[in-house]
Design a protein around this ligand. Sequence first.
Ligand SMILES: [Zn+2]
Length: 432
Amino acid sequence: MLRVERSPFFDGKAAFAYVDDDGATEVLTVLKPMFDQFGAKFTMAIVTDWIGTSGFLTKEQLASLYAEGHDVISHTKSHSNLSLIDEQEIDYQLSKSKEFLNIWGYPAEHLAYPHGSNSATEQAIKIVKKYYKSAMYGRNNRNIKPMHSYRIKRIDIAWSTHTLEDYKALVDEAIENKELFVLLGHISALSPERVQMLEDVIQYIYSLGFKVERYHDAYEKHSNSLEIGDHSTANPLSSIAIGADGKVSMSGAELTDKRIITAGASEFTNTNVISDFKKDAITINVVKGAQAGGLPTGRGGTLFTYNLSDDPIFAYQEYKPFEGNILYRRRWTATNVWSAWENPNPYVQAEANLYLNASPVQDFELGKITVNVVKGAFAEGFPNNKGGVLTTYRLDIDPVFSYQEYKCVGNSTMYRRYWNSNGYWSVWSPAV
Ligand SMILES: [Zn+2]
């Protein structure tokens, strides 16, 4: 009998790592002094062809950083986009970089995809598995167990619009869920504000009694106990995986016939492409506020992904922010990107008397035309103080574009007023 409970390496706690891509000289001048203050360790994703060229670390600098306990992983030989080259070239990029790193004395058991998730194609992953224990890209998603070992997610610090509070919320979430949390940086591309933010995030992690360790060490604690079949891709044919915490995941037609998948919170966000989702299924997941960037209203909500055909052009998504009842929609296009999010119905019919003459513009749903009846007893302040139908246009975040129309019972005159820049409604006047 094979008995698997939880991984003997998993200590039941979150683990934190920082992986810096490309090996720029700022690793030495900016990153090292910052990390030394905390005794923190970083991980360098190295493009072997770039070592010793202008702007990049030399072999000697890399060796001295490694001797101080920082880690080295592969970022391929020449930073090729693995989705644009054939199998033979992919193999060359992956095997040669590992070979050089091994010769220089680094185990280099992990890979950071160049060009992020673009490189993480199913074809590439098949070859990555020959040489590496795990591979990572930058997506602001969680590493839910059992982890997708060849799609390890990193939280970007360079090009993200996240605030320090957002990062703190993500750190808190990783601790609460006992997950692997990997920060992604390109230290040479970070503005001084972002460099400070990185330091503040690390400070925050240490203030909570956690540390930032080498990726390899953090990964080993959280890596799956067991993987049979192809669990790493979004459309696994057939697989069983057991996470470090003992959680089991099964997928594939032979094992389960699930057509509706409820995924973990923020497992899928605005950045996921259609190939990340299981085919012939509807995937539903909640997105937490900190990971909701790019989604309609930018607030947390529920994401529905319909991926029901071999032809992805039929795929679409719906998103319902947690506030209000608007369901937004977008579709997968022939150019292999999502269309813009759309609000399919701009009208809201509100209950009678819900909005009255004194209701400020902020009470109305943004992006909507709200219609409600006003009964006579509630009509004070409206034209003729008579009951009628109120229509409110609040179509832009800037309230000066907002206006209202009112039509009293018993006649056809339409009245209008607008929200003025002083922050109140103008007087009602007959529409001409
Ligand atoms: Zn890179």
